[in-house]
Design a protein around this ligand. Structure first.
Ligand SMILES: [Zn+2]
Length: 90
């Protein structure tokens, strides 16, 4: 009832940036049209420090769809658990 965090992990979500263990504040929703259907959303989590960096990383590739506060994030159907793909698609 307190946390409406993405995924089912009740522990504090952490930033998806490499080697960062800070608490996540932002959810970056993205989609790679080459790999995903248009309504599919992958998500990354970001702390305040890494929000811009991760947003740019996705933005330059045209993948970034949405950046929302973690507390305001409601994962749409089909959204993968955050942090599942920390370095993008390989
Ligand atoms: Zn971070």
């Amino acid at each position: 009832m307190i946390l409406n965090a993405p995924g089912s992990d009740p522990s504090s979500p952490i930033c998806s940036a490499k080697a960062c263990r800070a608490d996540a504040v932002w959810v970056l929703a993205w989609n790679n049209p080459k790999l995903h259907t248009p309504e599919r959303r992958k998500t990354w989590l970001a702390c305040e420090e890494h929000r811009e960096h991760l947003s740019k990383f996705l933005g330059v590739r045209g993948f970034l769809k949405d950046v929302v506060k973690l507390e305001d994030w409601h994962a749409p159907e089909g959204t993968d658990a955050p942090g599942a793909s920390r370095d993008g698609e390989s």
